[in-house]
Design a protein around this ligand. Structure first.
Ligand code: PMP
Length: 783
């Protein structure tokens, strides 16, 4: 687009002369080349919108570009461009831009009088290889590298200045509001309204923020016309610095997205890819990321509006019918279809993404199996993941998987508030907890404030196993007893002490003498069925028998996960835990609520799942979700219990409660509260459960749907009457769901219960997707 066509002029009328390229005879050009640059060569004319260009083939085979500039540009503009190219060459010599070659007299360019009496600036450049290409042929890699090269160019120009850059350009995005008068030229009222909406939004959101954005001299027209590619579709040249101006640096990316991708059906996805390439070189500020979609829309609107205006002015000019305007309209329509807010969010998210190293999945799998022989992997075709965001996980091809399984990212994968809190604290201070630091104190105070009075002492550790291990030591010390009760298929950890408390992980004949089990209160398949009188109490009564089995050791504690996750996700009436607790206490034992799975709001009735059940445990264990992926866990106890732990026993772990871990845990608590995630778990959980019940009605495979909030189990059976666990089919279902890019797990003693335990930012739309795909998989797995 043309320098010299400023907006003011444009709205009145352009100066036609200003955009007429010089038209020297070939012979005249040849003479200039020989006389001024000392290069005898043959010339071949090249297309040029405003300038006259020739390809120069020297006798030794070297190629150059001879550029006879539009005199309207004037010497100072030519000077700016020349200095900018030199600047780029100094800062980033690898950037494929033309190099200026001096005249025989050593000047950067020369001027020759033209036939119209004006002086024409003439320059000689190195010749860039490559060719222009079309949007449709660009591979994903080419789009990525377009973004990358745009960022590199921005960085290379960062320290460049020239007074001529203070210039208003027709297409300058920041002038979008000046397009309004042109909208009258649009015949289609719907289109006019659409463009008005774009400009309204631009004025409300972008215009006030633009003066505060990082600004510098930018290229100004990173379009497909101005970038050359080699045969492998790698960028081999950036040309045409005729639209350089001082403007927000993000505008080059906005122009690239709008102009390069507007011919594609997948323009939004392609834009995310281009942004990926850009941020792999230079990060964007939050404000820039937030406005990117609006800037793209404004650029597209400009294309549509200016074309309408020009068609009105010059109705016979066929060039406009072959312009990018139809593609720009299509891009605007697809933004409308998805919704500008969603596009804004997607672009913003893409801006926040970090670059990653690419390794081949097959190789990685082999290396993993060799280097980590006992490290378990889910799925026959393990999922190779690169990054996560909200409820989504992404593989190296950027395909997304719906995470319906992970409770660790409780507030959503890579939640920016947690990320920021961790990064900031890591920069400030990362030590162990034997110095005074506020974070651990604040965390302890915040945690106890969420718990019933009496649960007033906090120990911060690194994992659920450690917290349960400590709970077990404290229980023994406080009671002077040595026996524990757990449910029949419980899991409480990996350490020696907690492995003993984890029947789920025992080898077939393994059964530590100091641990007794009680049947989990399964009213569907267990010994006492829901329809039976007093079934809950009958389960609870097993506590007495178990305590007896402990013999002289006596009962120190019962450990219980109130969600009974490893036992198959059970939701017995509150009276089960009330009665079990009463019996444990009557026997002199303590009750440890293991909230590692069910806690942090998952069950939807409060932060801690035991709270809705009307019991107050003696100790509460928190883990997995506590740091949204940063390792942190805690044990909260009645502080009096600690008096029984010998003074010499220092209850300390090097990383436990370090400031970074505490910052993560505090951020998680903040987000759960601020984003109303407990309520969301209740609402979306109820919606999903209802949907699962509907799916269940259609398939004999489903025996029962159960759970609370966003901790749900789907019990699969081979036979509805006998309730035979369909373990094989459950495994096949999760494999088939994985192939459809939905991540689930199985649980329960027989491994036949689908485990649904997504991040708490799960929404109805995600539930719908899960239900829809699950319905299809159940239908195809009917046997
Ligand atoms: N308790 C429960 C209920 C768990 O589910 C787990 C882990 N799955 C643990 C404790 C152990 O936690 P970690 O893996 O952090 O040691």
């Amino acid at each position: 687009m043309g320098r010299g066509i400023a907006f003011g002029a444009m709205v009145q009328r352009p100066d036609p002369l200003a955009s007429t390229p010089p038209a020297l005879e070939l012979k005249a050009a040849q003479r200039i080349l020989r006389d001024a640059f000392g290069v005898p060569a043959t010339l071949a004319p090249l297309p040029g919108e405003r300038d006259q260009n020739f390809r120069v083939d020297a006798a030794d085979g070297t190629r150059f570009l001879l550029k006879i500039s539009n005199p309207a540009d004037g010497a100072s503009i030519v000077e700016m461009q020349t200095l900018a190219l030199r600047h780029i060459e100094r800062v980033d010599p690898g950037l494929p831009v033309m190099r200026t070659l001096p005249t025989a007299a050593g000047a950067p360019w020369t001027e020759v009088p033209g036939p119209d009496g004006r002086n024409y600036p003439v320059r000689l450049f190195t010749f860039l290889p490559g060719r222009v290409t079309t949007a449709a042929t660009l591979t994903s890699q080419a789009i990525w590298s377009f973004g990358e090269i745009t960022a590199r160019l921005g960085l290379a120009l960062r320290g460049f200045f020239h007074p001529c850059a203070d210039y208003e350009i027709l297409w300058g995005i920041k002038h979008a509001p000046k397009l309004r008068p042109l909208l009258a030229h649009l015949a289609d009222a719907r289109r006019r309204t659409q463009l008005e909406r774009v400009l309204d939004r631009f004025e409300a959101r972008a215009a006030p923020a633009l003066p505060g954005l990082r600004a510098q001299v930018i290229h100004g027209d990173m379009s497909l016309d101005n970038v050359l590619f080699d045969t492998d579709l790698r960028v081999s040249g950036i040309v045409d610095f005729g639209d350089m101006s001082h403007a927000p640096v993000v505008c080059d990316l906005a122009v690239a997205i709008a102009d390069v991708l507007h011919g594609r059906d997948d323009a939004i996805e392609a834009a995310e890819r281009m942004i990926d390439g850009y941020v792999s070189v230079a990060p964007l500020d939050d404000e820039e990321a937030e406005l990117l979609a609006d800037l793209v829309a404004a650029r597209l609107a400009a294309e549509v509006a200016v074309t309408a205006w020009r068609v009105g002015l010059y109705p016979d000019n066929a060039a406009y019918s072959t312009s990018g305007e139809p593609a720009a309209r299509a891009f605007l329509d697809s933004i409308d279809e998805i919704g500008i807010d969603t596009v804004t969010r997607r672009f913003r998210d893409a801006c926040r993404r970090l670059p990653y190293r690419r390794v081949a999945t097959g190789d990685l799998l082999l290396r993993r199996r060799s280097a980590l022989p006992r490290s378990p992997l889910f799925y026959q075709r393990p999922a190779h993941l690169i990054r996560g965001q909200g409820v989504w996980l992404f593989d190296p091809e950027d395909r997304r998987y719906l995470d319906c399984y992970n409770n660790v990212p409780v507030v959503g994968h890579s939640h920016p508030r947690v990320v920021r809190a961790v990064a900031q604290q890591q920069r400030l201070l990362a030590t162990h907890s034997r110095y005074l630091h506020e974070a651990i104190v604040e965390l302890a105070e915040r945690l106890t404030a969420t718990l019933p009075p009496g649960l007033d002492g906090v120990l911060v550790v690194n994992s659920g196993s450690e917290a349960n291990d400590l709970a077990w030591r404290i229980a023994q010390a406080a009671t002077g007893r040595g026996g524990a009760i757990v449910t029949a298929h419980a899991y409480h950890g990996l350490t020696e002490a907690t492995h003993a408390l984890s029947p789920e992980a025992w080898a077939p004949l393994e059964r530590p003498a100091h641990v007794a089990t009680v049947p989990a209160p399964d009213g569907y398949r267990g010994a006492y069925r829901r329809e039976g009188e007093g079934w809950v109490e009958r389960y609870a009564a097993h506590v007495d028998g178990a305590a007896q089995a402990l013999g002289e050791r006596g009962l120190a504690a019962m450990f219980v996960d109130p969600g009974f996750t490893a036992d198959g996700i059970l939701t017995p009436p509150a009276s089960y835990l009330q009665e079990a607790t009463r019996r444990v206490r009557a026997l002199g034992g303590l009750v440890v609520a293991d909230e590692v799975q069910a806690g942090h709001g998952r069950c939807g009735a409060g932060l801690w799942s035991f709270q809705a059940l009307g019991i107050t445990p003696d100790m509460v264990v928190m883990g997995k979700p506590m740091g949204n992926g940063f390792p942190v866990a805690a044990l909260v106890v009645r502080s009096g219990l600690l008096d029984h732990v010998p003074e010499e026993t220092e209850l300390f772990s090097t990383f436990g409660g370090n400031p970074v871990a505490c910052a993560a845990a505090l951020a998680v608590l903040d987000v759960i509260e601020d984003e109303g995630l407990v309520r969301n778990a209740a609402e979306v959980g109820a919606y999903l459960r209802l949907g699962l019940a509907r799916v269940a009605e259609r398939h004999d495979l489903v025996g029962e749907v159960r759970g609370e909030g966003l901790l749900l189990g789907v019990d699969l059976v081979d036979d509805q009457v006998a309730r035979t666990p369909a373990a094989d089919r459950a495994r096949k279902v999760i494999e088939a769901m994985r192939d459809r890019r939905v991540l689930l797990g199985v649980t329960g003693p027989a491994g036949n219960v689908l485990k649904i335990r997504p991040p708490l930012v799960f929404q109805r739309e995600h539930a719908d997707r899960l239900l829809d795909l699950m319905d299809g998989v159940f239908a195809s797995s009917a046997s």
